[in-house]
Write a protein that binds this ligand. Sequence first.
Ligand code: LMR
Length: 395
Amino acid sequence: MFGNLTALPADPILGLLAKYRIDQNPNKIDLGVGVYKNEAGHTAILDCVKTAEKFRLDTEDTKVYIGPTGSASFNDEMAKLAFGEHDVIAQNRVRTVSTPGGTGALRVAAEFIKACKPGATIWVSDPTWANHTGLFQAAGLTVKTYPYYDYDNKSLKFEEMLSTLANVGKEDVVLLHACCHNPSGMDLNQEQWQQVCALASENGFTPLIDMAYQGFGDGLEEDAYGVRLMAASVEEMILCSSCSKNFGLYRERIGACTIIGKDVATTDIANSVLLSVVRCIYSMPPAHGAAIVETILASDELRNQWHEELAVMRNRINGNRQLLVDNLKAQGVTRDFDFITQQKGMFSFLGVTPEQVQQLQDEYSIYMVGSSRMSIAGIANSNVEYLAQSIAKVL
Ligand code: LMR
């Protein structure tokens, strides 16, 4: 049976990591996978996480099954983090399940959508995170794209996006990135969110918002603007959140899938389907990451510490954006890269050809995704001059 298979290429993002690890060049730079790195290039465990883990080690007294919903306290805290003091919570229209990471949340959402409407169409931005399309297709959904990033002008194709979404059917789903658009770093501003939310409300498509980077753009509250406005605008929506980046819990695999229904009765019915979806995929989520997050969010002291540690990560990435642009200018590069300083979150496209991306990898050991998506956190004071020199050479 296995003989029927043909080998598939390595994942465009995760495959880079393996190549980077075996590269012997001491100057190698990893701008591939979206993980935060400090100035020394290390992805350290947050101090608030260390404290919460110690607390868990001291107090945990059972490893018994937790159930498909996962941790109720974690789920409540995640809903509050996303929606704040929102009417939808007061109206008891929100149900959340803990999931194995943001990808787990997306797969649960996809299977839930399939249960609502087999073969449903989901519209994703062009471009979007490399794994979105495969993940939705694997669940049997039809994936279509709406215009989003203008590669030539380094801006949003907002009017084209709106006119495409205006023709999306009532039974379709539209995937939106809450903040820190992956891969482009181009976010909707508040006025644009208002227009998209108004369209969702008028036309009746179901929004699925992917929030993998809350706190990495402008701040925890600011980054949730679109999510909160959408929740106030429509009767039904789905939110997938991740704790991988903002809590640095990558390999613990913890995230959440939240649904909002139009009233308590339909939300409860939808939730029963959501739980059955979970049961049929992985039965119940891992508990460790959820326990860390709920401990942090339930304690004023740890929560404040987390806010500070998150601000350090956010500010370093924003600083790196400016650092790269300044260094490119210092190398005599005349092409305008200022757009990099205006984009948000972990990523931007450098805007070079796939051949130039390959040349950066082969000749300079600089690793970025083939689309020229750079993970800005991989830039440091110690490597930015070499990076800018190398980019200048391939340009
Ligand atoms: C990324 O886009 O690099 C991250 O979200 C990691 C991943 O799983 O692809």
